[in-house]
Structure formats: C-alpha cells, structure tokens
Design a protein around this ligand. Sequence first.
Ligand code: FAD
Length: 381
Amino acid sequence: MNTKHLTPSAGRPKAIIIGGGVIGCAAAFQLSEAGFDCTVLDKGRLCSEATTAAAGMLGAQVETHHPGPFYELCRISQGMYRRWTDALEHTGGVSTEYIAEGILRAALTEEDEQELRSRLAWIQDARWCTPDELRELEPALSPKVRGGLHFPADHQVHPAALARALKAALVKQGCTIREETPVFRLLKDTRSGRITGVQTAEGPLYADTVVLAAGAWSPALTEPLGLPLPMFPVKGQCISVKPQAPLTQSTVFTKGCYIVPKADGSCLVGATQVEAGFDKRATAAVIADLHARASALLPALADAEFLSTWAGLRPGTRDGLPFMGTWETAPGLIFATGHYRNGILLAPAAGRIVRQLALGEKPLLDLAPFDPARHLNQPAP
Ligand code: FAD
C-alpha cells in the first residue's frame, strides 16, 4: 500500500484533484503545466464514469437554447478546443480522434422547426437549411425532414480516445494518478477554515489547493462543510451500431436523438435523460426506442448491426449551470463540477479556470453565474 503523505512544502505547490473524469484531468493538465505537483484521486478508474459514456459532441450551438453566460462559456471552450487537443496529443502522443465535421440539427415536426428557427435571432455560426439543402449535405437523411440548422463549428472527439490522451498527457507531465482511491471527506483547518487536504483509506493527504471534480458524486463531499450542492445524476443510455457503409459525415441531431458517426464506421446513437439516482443499468427497452428514433432520421440505420449499449450519469444541476469558482467559507477548495450534458465540450475552459483560480489570476469570464454558493443567497420559494 502506498502511504506517501502529501504535505504542502516550500517547493512546488501541491494540488489534489478529486475525481479523474474529463474535468478533473483537464484541471490536472493545466495545473501541472503551471508548475503544480498534482495528484489525481479517483474512486474507480480514470474517466470511467460520465466521461466515457459521452457522445463526444462539442455542441456549443446545438446544445444551447438561449443566449447567456452558459452559451458564452460553451463558445469560449469550443474556441479553445483544437489547441487543447493538439497540446494533449503533443504531450502524451495519443490521438483524441478529433473530427472537424459539424452538426445538422434537423426538424421532424412543425413545433421543432419553430423552436430551431427562433434560435437564428441570437445563435452564431449557424444557417437555416431547407429540406433539399439538408439532404444535399447528408443524402441519407429521411425525406420527412422539414429543414434544420447547420452548425459547422460543432465538431466532435471520441470520448474513449480523449480519456486515453488525457491519461498519457498527465503521466508525461509527471502527475500522480491514484485509481481505486475514494476520497471520504475534505480536511479543514478548524481555525482558518481552509481546506488543507482529503481523507482516503490510506490516510490523510495534504495540499495547497484541492479541486472538487467528482462529477455527480460531488455533493457528498461538500455537505459536511455546510454547502449542499443542488446536483443530481441524470442517466443517459446510448447504443452503438454499425451501418453497412458510412451514412453521414456530419453528426445528425433531432429532438430526442442524435447520431454521431465515429472514425471506425460505427454510429453512436444517444441518449436518454432520466433521473434515476445512481442506477447505471442499461435496459433493453431503451435500445429499441433509440434505434427507432435514429431510424426515423436516418432510415438506412434500420439494417445496421447492433454493437453495444451503455449508460452513464451526467452531473446535473438544478439551474443547468456548472459550479465553478471558490467559496469564501472554504478557502483552498476550487469547485469544478456540474457540467451536466456538456463536460466534454467544457473541459478546456474548466481546466483553464481552475488554473487561473489556483494562481489567483482573473478568470477568463465572470464566474458569478457559476458561483458554487449561488443557491444559498436565493430567497426560499
Ligand atoms: P465524471 O466523468 O463522472 O468524473 C467524475 C469522477 O469522479 C469519476 O471518475 C468518479 O469515479 C470520481 N469520483 C466521484 N466521487 C469520488 C470520490 N469521493 N473520490 C474519488 N473520486 C471520486 N458532454 C459533452 O460535452 N458532449 C457530449 O456529446 C456528451 N454526451 C453525453 C452522453 C451521455 C450518455 C452522458 C451520460 C454524458 C454526456 N456528456 C456529454 C456529458 C459529459 O459526459 C459530462 O458532463 C462529463 O463527463 C462530466 O465530467 P466529470 O469529470 O465532471 O464527471
């Protein structure tokens, strides 16, 4: 058993990152680049929860339904993405399988068409396509599509490849990765209130900065501090199928279903959205439902070979916004959690924000809407 204790020292500042999903790994990558001696702790294997259950869309425009701080954050992270994956690939030598093809968001009903058209008032990098224009871009689309939006900047990565690239880059940068090491609680200096480390089965570990990136499990660690984070797991089930020949270049998306073509010729079809606690079972009924929805958009998928199914737990928040920032009652702790449906997209920005907060720099955008204690200031309903 490794009993090495991390104690803040006069040398390199130490950082502990709780949670080795895409957000924790992105934070560790940035912090180690900035000179921190980083340890990533995960209760299981690195990136084995929501991160590798994801579809990998970088859907800044397709995923947002109104302008505001969340859209701004998504756009910033999308703008950082290619350089971030280049840096990961350069550092660790592993591809993220970045695909620079956009997303077609097609309407199959009048109501959906109206909702999509209303986005044109504020959305950037999008154009409305008639049914003929959509099928000119992707001839396999159903003749029933009523038109839709083309988002050429909403690219994709392969989440499993991204996970491998992150791990390789962290190892190369000298981060310590400790898998199968759950954090039981945060350690607090009773006099100053400062978070000084974490308690694990192997004993206490100390650091100058502790980053909370434990995804849907984060509230269990903040509640004992008096901060109940309004977060909950949102189960998402996907299927993977393989058509006889590639059907689309772009990701195609309609209300309640998306189809993401991957480099190996498979198509990822997602995803359900259910609040069912921490239940991650993939169920048979969902396979049929997702396949029916996908075939309504791309009829040739009816003959595709079934490959696999899985489910993951998105770290959902009540207002749909992540928790990013610090809390004055617990200095030393940086929050990087609650990225819900968009953690793959938001990882570069989340990592950069953690680095800026740890260094005491101005964050790349106003963090007030993402304040981890924002709900404490709201009047009771
Ligand atoms: P996680 O990946 O869940 O990582 C949290 C980690 O913390 C886990 O590894 C866990 O083991 C660890 N942990 C928890 N508690 C402790 C503890 N006490 N001690 C130590 N370790 C702990 N996002 C996109 O941007 N694009 C998409 O196309 C997309 N598609 C999705 C499709 C599905 C079906 C799902 C489920 C999600 C999708 N998402 C997508 C969302 C994205 O996957 C998440 O937002 C993202 O993975 C969250 O990352 P995370 O690091 O916060 O959480």
